[in-house]
Design a protein around this ligand. Structure first.
Ligand SMILES: Nc1ncnc2c1ncn2[C@@H]1O[C@H](COP(=O)(O)OP(=O)(O)OP(=O)(O)O)[C@@H](O)[C@H]1O
Ligand SMILES: [Mg+2]
Length: 221
């Protein structure tokens, strides 16, 4: 499904290599694996790796295969891949602050239909935010924003969901609700890649890897 081969990534500052972040890193999410967790210390490169998979970062060496096809590293090709296949829940949620909750979720749908609004309402209910449709994002708490971002990602019904610490701002019970939603998405055929510090979240994935010494290593929890 997704394969990264021999990825080298440097952090450049003032045209100089400040740090080698990845060296010959390999990542593989097979067709048979519904979800994978990426762990590793803060600053180890989890978000950077997700950005590479999402096509948001193309400044690296190495090959990227999506559904067994080599992905060309141009912004246009990457944007197209993302539009067609991928939903992203970022660490900072990327919601439109001045719009309300419903408007943000509707942005997630690839094609809006007469049913989009009622579907969006269902997703809001699933993330425990019934009655929040008309609230402005700027008036929500961090955890509420996180759940709106999850509802928006669901609206797309993506082939691949990339989630960067999706439960970082949530209490245990809400974390469980979100993990249940992820299970539901997996049943519907969405593949999920999650960066997380939480063992509970990682345990909900079929495969767990950790970024260590500039590479990925498999771990058993
Ligand atoms: N655009 C950038 N310019 C300069 N340095 C960057 C940039 N993006 C990331 N870095 C650096 O790369 C390293 C990896 O960052 P990244 O955000 O991928 O870590 P992370 O594993 O997601 O950390 P956390 O667990 O804190 O979210 C960090 O040291 C960060 O400062
Ligand atoms: Mg991060």
């Amino acid at each position: 499904m997704i394969e990264l081969k021999n990825i080298n990534k440097n952090i450049i500052k003032n045209k100089q290599i400040e740090r080698v972040l990845f060296e010959n890193l390999n990542f593989s999410l097979s067709d048979a694996t519904p979800s994978i967790a990426i762990m590793g210390r803060s600053g180890s490169g989890k978000t950077t790796l997700l950005n590479i998979i999402a096509g948001l970062d193309i400044n690296y060496e190495g090959e990227y295969f999506f559904n067994h096809n080599l992905v060309y590293k141009t912004t246009d090709k990457m944007a197209d891949l993302r539009l067609k296949n991928i939903s992203i829940i970022t660490q900072h949620y990327n919601l439109l602050d001045d719009r309300n909750v419903m408007e943000n979720i509707l942005l997630g749908f690839r094609k809006k239909s007469a049913q989009s609004k009622s579907q969006a309402m269902d997703y809001l209910k699933m993330v425990g935010l019934e009655g929040y449709a008309h609230k402005k994002i700027k008036h929500l708490s961090g955890g509420e924003c996180q759940r709106v971002a999850i509802a928006r990602a669901m609206a797309k019904a993506p082939t691949l969901l990339i989630a960067d610490e999706p439960t970082g701002a949530l209490d245990e019970e809400t974390e469980r609700i979100v993990l249940n939603i992820f299970q539901e998405l997996k049943r519907k055929g969405t593949k999920i890649i999650i960066a997380t510090h939480s063992k509970e979240v990682a345990k909900s994935c079929e495969q767990v890897v950790v970024i260590k010494d500039k590479r990925l290593k498999a771990v058993k929890l």
